[in-house]
Write a protein that binds this ligand. Sequence first.
Ligand code: HEM
Length: 143
Amino acid sequence: MTEPGVETATLYRQVGGREKVSAIVEAFYRRVEGDEHLRPIYPEDLEPGKEKLKLFFEEWLGGPRAYSSKYGHPRLRRRHFPFVIDEKASGRWLRHMREAWQEADVDRDIQAAVFESLGPLARQMVNADADVPREPLEDAFLQ
Ligand code: HEM
């Protein structure tokens, strides 16, 4: 293997690589589009966020590190401060994400491993009652 990142890309490869990650994120965003509670939290144009989420998941699963190279450390909770996320939004986000991984037909054991982390991560994103800065972070490299 000569591509950067591929040696350590176990989970990324097991999931099915770039194509599968793309299918998962597309399936997730289709659900967001139809969700009357979640949709208004997202910007009108869903495409840029969709592309970022694809890059993020590729990296998070051990694949190519394009997200960090482009945007710096994910700082996920901080990056979500401009969006008021309540318990209901977090729950729906997680449910849509679960269904998206099922629709993409990812191996059950891999899904279990992934959602062991994604569940707590989605709960950490709740910020509706927190007194946090709501202005967006710039897309600049943030280190
Ligand atoms: C819990 C409920 C969540 C809600 C309601 C939510 C909502 C959002 C919204 C509205 C955006 C902005 C999209 C855009 O700019 O077009 C966003 C960005 C993003 N979200 Fe979430 N999110 C949630 C949880 C998560 C979790 C658990 C993860 C990670 C596993 C995640 C990863 C990301 C990433 C990587 C971005 C792009 C950040 C950037 O570089 O600007 N989100 N999210």
